[in-house]
Design a protein around this ligand. Sequence first.
Ligand code: IMP
Ligand code: MG
Length: 176
Amino acid sequence: MNDALAPLLTARQIEARIAQIAREVDKHYDGEEFVLLPVLKGAVVFAADLMRQLRNPFLLEFARSRSYGSSSDAEHAPEVMVPAAEVVADRHVLVVDDILDTGNTFLALKEKLLEMEALSVRGCFLLDKPTRRVGTLKPDFFGFEVPDVFVVGYGLDHAEHHRNLPFIGRLPEGMA
Ligand code: IMP
Ligand code: MG
């Protein structure tokens, strides 16, 4: 089944880029502690690799996002769950997700986190897919820009499959 997937980014490319992102994040926070907030489930693989490259101190918490309908349907606002207010209040938060697509997930999380009095909310994404973006949102940190194709692997799923692929693959046309 995985043989049908055309590779877009190799495991080596991803590993090298994550080391660079980690340096950018370290430089940005410059020793100031922040909350690293991976968005379940897609961000777990990226976040696990990213956090082991970080030198800046951080607290690890998790958010959760669920879209209604199929995973490639961006019509509906995602349902997001965030940590308790006392974890977030008066702290800088770095949301970590697999991909910034429409931006709806990040914007919903950011709104909630700012309501909870986070000091700042920034976003770090392995992939940036700008073609479907709602508005002018840009990622604070990202690994690779991808075209408007459905990608899987390295945490990203299609109907809960392929999250374990060590590379990013492109789902053949007609399968998404
Ligand atoms: P956004 O809210 O539209 O920015 O979408 C974010 C979420 O949509 C991601 O965290 C993914 O779960 C999912 N998503 C968007 N594009 C893709 C893709 O190409 N492959 C797999 N999941 C995707
Ligand atoms: Mg998903």
